[in-house]
Design a protein around this ligand. Structure first.
Ligand code: PNW
Length: 481
């Protein structure tokens, strides 16, 4: 990455790495932590590669100091972590607080700040307390108020030091993989119905939490709150086909627009979602009318509930129209979307099957967000490259990936004038990669999962990332007078 022109990144650019509680912490039943839906999903067996679990993971609950050394070795300016809701509030409600959970995160936050690293904290990264799932989880209307109480508790406990908050990570993935496909916890397969309900309650929960912060905490704490949205970049499969072009717009609306439009544009779902789900609901004989819920006028609107844009980008797709295909009369999200994303055969696949490497897709997506949704600052809150199979500590292909990707981010800043404020590599450490277990490695540090010490070793790409950060620091120091 030595050839990268780092001077295009502003001097206060956030150089980060990201993790999530369930993927790294382990200590699943230690010191009063309550179970989450991922504990249940893993322990039920059958849903995760070789029945791996996050019971121990990187044991960051006990080895936090080792993680801190990794963060320092990289020279990160920012570290994005998530809080385990059920470690703080074992049954999900503020009726029972677990003081050891609070103490753990206090130490993490204090240590980061003492080392000059700014924490960015995600309140929810896929790990709902099981006790709340037992009350129907994201499908229940009440969840939004319960989440708001949890958020309020976190702002109160940590907001004196934490100034960058993400309420929800990837509501699309939680809703679609967790409630439509059933491949992620809580493993619900209820095509075409629960997915929209879960997504809707996530938006309500986010909006309530943002308003609470804005009214009660922002005046004193002066932080910023957003939600992290994942999106592929998408282009028509056949550039000459108007049907593929229309399908591409729907593909973007049903992934990014589903959450970005209510928050950044109109306070409501994209028109294409509203119209299609309504007409297909009628066509499919749904008794309750549209399966896409409506936002109530009696609740705070989702519109304007973000102080920056947080984007998780991994890959791109070529989109084919599916309106005439086998999904036409199927009650399902993909049937509603009427579009299918496919991988272009010219794109290399890294490790995990869904991740085709398309660095310039990120530049295009950044410009699209600026043109379509907002001129607020954008943080790339996740982006990364995985390895599968034999471990290569000298991971030249991943070095190339980071070089190419950062170059594209640089072009977005210098040529497209997109206000990108930071970049967080996914991930600091190899970790529990959801239903791929430990078979897929995203870390800048290798973790030896075969030995109880769980030794962390920097990859070649980690060294290169550290070199970029230090080069940037030395070349863009604000001039002293
Ligand atoms: C993100 N997919 O999730 C998450 O925020 C991380 O927790 C995760 O480790 C990372 O990406 C890498 O996968 C995704 O199947 C999980 O398309 C699955 C998918 C996409 C993103």
């Amino acid at each position: 990455m030595s050839g990268l022109d780092v001077t295009v990144f502003p001097h206060d650019f956030a150089w980060g790495a990201a993790t999530a509680a369930y993927q790294i912490e382990g200590g699943w039943n230690m010191d009063g932590r309550g179970p989450s839906i991922w504990d249940t999903f893993c322990h039920a067996k059958g849903g995760v590669f070789e029945d791996h679990t996050g019971d121990v993971a990187c044991n960051s609950y006990q080895l936090w100091e080792e993680d801190l050394k990794c963060i320092q070795q990289l020279g990160l300016t920012h570290y994005r972590l998530s809080l385990s809701w059920s470690r703080l509030l074992p049954d999900g409600t503020t009726n029972h607080v677990n003081p050891k959970g609070v103490a753990y995160y206090n130490k993490v936050i204090d240590d980061l700040i003492a080392c000059g690293v700014t924490p960015m904290i995600t309140l929810y990264h896929m790990d709902l307390p099981q006790a709340l799932q037992d009350l129907s989880g994201w499908s229940s209307t009440e969840i939004a108020d319960i989440f708001e109480s949890y958020a309020r508790f976190c702002f109160k406990s940590f907001g004196d030091r934490v100034k960058l908050w993400i309420t929800l990570n990837e509501p699309y993935v939680c809703a679609k993989l967790g409630h439509e496909d059933g491949t992620f916890a809580p493993g619900i397969k209820d095509p075409g119905i629960s997915v929209y309900l879960a997504g809707h309650n996530m938006l309500r929960a986010h909006a309530k939490a943002w308003h609470t912060y804005n009214t009660h905490f922002k005046p004193l704490q002066a932080g910023r709150v957003s939600l992290a949205l994942n999106s592929d970049w998408a282009e028509p499969s056949d550039p000459g086909s108007p049907k593929d072009a229309a399908a591409t717009e729907r593909y973007k609306d049903f992934t990014l627009g589903w959450f970005a439009c209510p928050v950044f544009c109109t306070g409501d779902y994209p028109e294409s979602m509203r119209a299609r789900i309504e007409s297909r609901s009628l066509g499919l004989g749904c008794k309750q009318g549209s399966r896409l819920p409506r936002f109530s006028k009696d609740e705070p609107s989702p519109l304007g509930t973000a102080d920056f844009f947080a984007l998780n980008y991994y890959t791109s797709r070529k989109v084919k129209d599916l309106n005439g295909g086998s999904k036409k009369s199927e009650l399902s999200f993909v049937g509603d979307q009427g579009a299918e994303g496919v991988v272009d055969p010219s794109w290399p696949i890294c490790g995990v099957h869904w991740l085709a490497v398309v660095p310039d897709g990120l530049r295009k997506l950044l410009k699209y967000i600026k043109d379509t949704y907002t001129s607020l600052p954008i943080y790339i809150t996740e982006n990364g490259f995985s390895q599968m199979g034999p471990v290569q500590i000298e991971d030249t292909d991943r070095c190339q990936f980071y070089q190419d990707t950062l170059q594209e981010v640089g072009k977005a800043i210098s040529q497209d004038r997109v206000n990108v404020k930071g970049y967080f590599a996914w991930s600091l450490l190899d970790n529990f990669e959801w239903n791929d277990g430990y078979s897929v490695r995203f870390g800048l540090f290798h973790v030896d999962f075969s030995a109880p010490e769980l030794k962390r070793t920097i990859y070649g790409s980690g060294r290169e990332y550290a070199a970029v950060i230090s080069k940037h620091r030395s070349q863009t120091k604000p001039k002293s007078i």
